[in-house]
Design a binder for this molecule. Structure first.
Ligand SMILES: Nc1nc2c(c(=O)[nH]1)N[C@H]1C(S)=C(S)[C@@H](COP(=O)(O)O)O[C@H]1N2
Ligand SMILES: [Mo]
Length: 301
């Protein structure tokens, strides 16, 4: 690997909020780099901005299960019950079944990953997630030979997720990754933010985070993970196939049909949210470009 993970931030990069760790975020026992931060070296590290505030991260959200306004998730997600919670892992695995969230947490090593989050709508934040590598969770179930893709599903529970009462999305929200993308060490399941349990509006109790892809790939409140040999159709691809594809890699050179992807608005950057250049693969080019060697990124958008 050309990069390292358990890299320590300088003192002045670590806010007080990093020092607080909830019991559940410590449950894994071996808390790798507790109170420290993991950050890829190279381009991504050099370009790293300060993490956004807790308030920015938890008040400005996309989670259409609770409504389409950026404030709706924070307003309505309280209604969601997350205990008990389990994730069904099925398809091409050795040990299919329902995995209780608490058992997953006991088996996984929780670490902090400070990642950029770039929404396809051309805004961005920096989020200090806590979580574990998706590869470790998939290893628990044993991925079988022949599996090529991973399909993810969000909870469908319209009594608690009021946005699901509207029918313009074919619920549940669905996403997919190629198996090598899913196994990449940058790909995590987030269970916390700033050392606290992840808030419901951010996808409690566990959500995917794939930092080099547009935010819509980072599916929230996951209840099902299926290993398959068929490329999954994700929710946005299904709704607007000319605008959203399977890959959704952040790419400043491939514009959205209705807007430029060359720059992004920094959330929390002040009254006139400054625009900054968008980086290839959201700044993780060094780590992930190899996954797409020889592919036409305009065609596979
Ligand atoms: N289930 C589900 N997951 C979702 C979404 C959604 O509407 N439903 N929105 C996506 C989009 S568009 C973005 S940008 C991120 C936002 O994550 P955040 O609210 O934690 O910043 O979540 C993604 N995951
Ligand atoms: Mo997004």
């Amino acid at each position: 690997m050309a990069f390292r993970w358990k890299n320590t931030l300088k003192d002045n990069d670590v806010t007080d909020e990093h020092l607080y760790l909830s019991r559940r975020q410590l449950m894994g026992g071996a808390m790798a780099g507790a109170g420290l931060a993991a950050l890829p070296q190279g381009a991504a590290a050099r370009e790293m901005r300060e993490p956004n505030s807790w308030e920015d991260i938890t008040q400005y959200n996309n989670f259409y299960e609770f409504g389409t306004d950026k404030g709706d998730p924070a307003r309505y997600a309280d209604a969601l019950t997350i205990d008990p919670w389990s994730v069904k892992i099925d398809g091409m695995v050795d040990a299919p079944g329902d995995y209780a969230f608490d058992d997953i947490m006991k088996a996984m090593t929780i670490e902090e990953r400070i990642y950029r989050l770039r929404c396809v709508e051309a805004w961005s934040m920096v989020v200090p997630w806590n979580g574990f590598e998706l590869a470790d969770m998939l290893a628990m179930a044993g991925v079988q030979e022949g599996a090529k893709y991973v399909r993810f599903e969000t909870l469908y529970r319209p009594e608690e997720m009021q946005g699901q009462k509207s029918g313009w999305i074919d619920w549940p929200y669905t996403e997919g990754l190629r198996l090598d993308e899913a196994m990449h060490p940058l790909t995590i399941m987030a269970t916390g933010i700033y050392g606290r349990d992840i808030p419901k509006q951010n996808g409690a109790p566990l959500r995917l985070v794939v930092p080099w892809k547009y935010g819509f790939k980072s599916i929230k409140s996951i209840v099902r993970i299926t290993l398959t040999d068929q490329e999954p159709v994700n929710t946005w691809q299904q709704i607007l196939p000319n605008e959203y594809g399977f890959y959704a890699n952040v790419n400043p050179e491939v514009d959205h049909p209705r807007w430029s992807q060359a720059t992004e608005r920094v959330i929390g950057g002040g009254l006139f949210s400054p625009k900054v250049p968008t980086l290839m693969f959201n700044g993780y080019e060094e780590e992930v470009a190899g996954l797409y060697e020889g592919m036409d990124l305009r065609k596979f958008y």
